[in-house]
Design a protein. Sequence first.
Length: 307
Amino acid sequence: MKLKPAHCLIYAACFALMGNVNAADFIKPTPWSSLVTNDIQRFLPSDEVRTLLAGEDEFISLYRQSMAASQRGIVLIIPDWQHVPTNNAGINFLRKQLNEIGYATLAMTMPDIDWHPADITMPEPTENSETESTTQNDQQADSAPPDQTQQAPHFVTGEPNISEAVLDDYKLKLIARFNALYNSAMDEGGNIIVVAQGASAGLLIEHYASFPNNELNAFISLGSYLPNSIRNQHLNATLSTISPPLLDIFYSEGNPDTLQSVKDRKRWVRKHAKYDYRQRELFGVPSEPEQHERLLKEIDGFLRRLF
């Protein structure tokens, strides 16, 4: 078939455009932490936003002053990884309501996680879940983006097993930010308390088991766990060795890795005679308003017995 000159020009232009598309470089997605920072700076009052520096890493924290006649101390609030300091799993409620009972609050935004495909493995499926798991994996494979190295998957706790390399890298960045937050809190004076959530709580418990220089007056753990089966088993013994008084809170419908650990934690606490350890169960899910109120009461009661 003989093409007219006009058709030849059209085909040539189309092939040229296709060549340009194929040769284009892959554009990396905006880092999750940058999106969080932009949202916070846009929607939250400017007098609550503080910029801190952890080495070369600049990050956002949220400060609220105590509204009681006398200040009882400052609470450092550390969300779970890939969670914001305004999340509805109790963190944002505590960030605001602790001010009413005499505490300033300083909440931290979380660092990015360096994901790689080989760093996430799935556990062996059970007989009941094998068919369902296969179907879900097929659906995820069909909809997955071409480059997963920069994509941070939101997972359901207890499903994937995260490699120790990812945890250790995240822990280094977490501790660097935490130290900057702690140094900022030193200017407040009074008691320094940490409220940490999820995997961040688990990694900070590991950190305080090595007896760092910065001292805390109390550590409050909200559903602490580690998304690595071996590290999570060791966490039960590790938390019984940290020096700060520890309030260990978990939810009856919360993280399955935490729920499976609560009895073992008590065994290790008795073995190491950690008499300032308290374990409390909240019934329901962390996002329920009733649980927020009880969470505040449990924390307030624990702190009043200490100081």
